[in-house]
Design a protein around this ligand. Sequence first.
Ligand code: CMP
Length: 139
Amino acid sequence: AATRTFSIIKPDATRRNLTGAVTKMLEEAGLRVVASKRIHLTREQAEGFYEVHKERPFYGELCDFMTSGPVVVQVLEGEDAVKRNRDVMGATNPADAEEGTIRKTYAESIEANSVHGSDSEENAANEIAFFFSEDEIVG
Ligand code: CMP
């Protein structure tokens, strides 16, 4: 059955006008954009969203980066959406990402890695609820 995941097109990608190019790769991977909005994260939103990483050495810089420009938050729907999205994103570090993945194609660094995607169905539900109400999601 079709399931949902949550995606962010990050500031390094919006800055380079890659919103369409990244979305095309998601769509070609069998994912459908069922909700989308371009927003500038507040510090509070970035810190809250990445709360699980708050003890990590990169947390402060990550929040700086994620608030450095606009992002596009999206809900994606498709067969096995979490895994499908993770496969098309590629590894967190673009140096480790496979050919043909979004991060291999577009990411600048392990931090400026162009996209975020939920890592489990449970986190997907939480991350979707962080940014969208159910009436904003149109399947
Ligand atoms: P994301 O999938 O959004 O989850 C956490 C983010 O932290 C990650 O992508 C990167 O943008 C960023 N990050 C920066 N440094 C690291 C690191 N050393 N390991 C993992 N993630 C990192």
